[in-house]
Design a protein around this ligand. Structure first.
Ligand code: 13P
Length: 251
């Protein structure tokens, strides 16, 4: 049985407008006829308008990497969901480990953003994942469960079709260390169980759970072969056409 996957590129804080336009255009050209998977790219705020113009009307969705927890107003340095919508953004990545750990975002703040994004009709990719010391202390499930339960607090079952979970073990991000497919699968299966407890079997069976953390052309296939892994959230390898394409087109 062939499965459809949700392959996303998180460009993080990289690229200028020209580089972004070139990469987006190359992806549009190369992925045009690949209807198999679902695609998303998430550039920095300053690149959204440029990339939006290139990918509008194609099979690549536009994502943002963050948003303000407030709708609008006196919030210097923040970007509003209304502004993101105006640029054609469809999906917002929230709770990324770099936001959690480098910028001290806690579950409460992330939950506020999740609810605001859903209220404005965005799809949300909610990132979760444990630190190396938490894994070593046997706390993977506890950490992931807390991040899911608190991140989705007050989110209605009817909104779950707009939620994607990305499991990104922090120790695997940007390090070249990937979770083994079996370790990743174990956490993905656990995530699905948590969703089942919160929202029931039907929703749990449908939710997409992406894996992120050093996904590369040479490991994508074995990761995606796992039963509960429904896609990839790719950082470093999404910045070059030569490394993202083989991931996006894997079969
Ligand atoms: P890398 O693929 O560079 O490890 O980054 C993963 C990530 O953080 C995607 O959001």
């Amino acid at each position: 049985m062939s499965r459809n996957y949700y392959i996303a590129g998180n460009w993080k804080m990289h690229m200028t407008r020209q580089q972004a336009a070139e990469l987006a255009q190359a992806l549009v050209n190369e992925l045009r006829d690949v209807s198999k998977h679902r695609y998303l790219i998430a550039p920095s705020f300053t690149l959204l308008e440029t990339v939006s113009a290139v990918i509008e009307g194609t099979n690549i969705r536009l994502g943002a990497q963050n948003c303000s927890p407030e709708e609008q107003g006196a919030h210097t340095g923040e970007v509003s969901v209304l502004q993101l919508k105006d640029l054609g953004v469809q999906t917002i990545i929230l709770g990324h480990s770099e936001r959690r750990h480098s910028y001290k975002e806690d579950d409460e703040l992330i939950n506020k953003k999740v609810k605001l994004a859903l209220k404005h009709g965005f799809e949300v990719i909610l990132c979760i994942g444990e630190l190396l010391e938490e894994r070593e202390a046997g706390k993977v499930e506890e950490v992931c469960e807390t991040q899911i339960v608190k991140g989705l607090e007050g989110v209605k079952a009817s909104d779950l079709s707009s939620i994607v979970i990305a499991y990104e073990p922090v120790w695997a991000i940007g390090t070249g260390k990937t979770a083994t497919p079996e370790d990743a699968e174990a956490v993905h299966a656990f995530v699905r169980k948590v969703i089942e407890r919160l929202y029931g079997e039907d929703i749990a069976s449908k939710i997409i759970i992406q894996y992120g953390g050093s996904v590369k052309p040479d490991n994508v296939k074995e990761l995606m072969a796992m039963e509960n892994i429904g896609g990839a959230l790719v950082g470093g390898a999404s910045l070059k056409i030569d490394s993202f394409l083989p991931i996006a087109r894997f079969s």
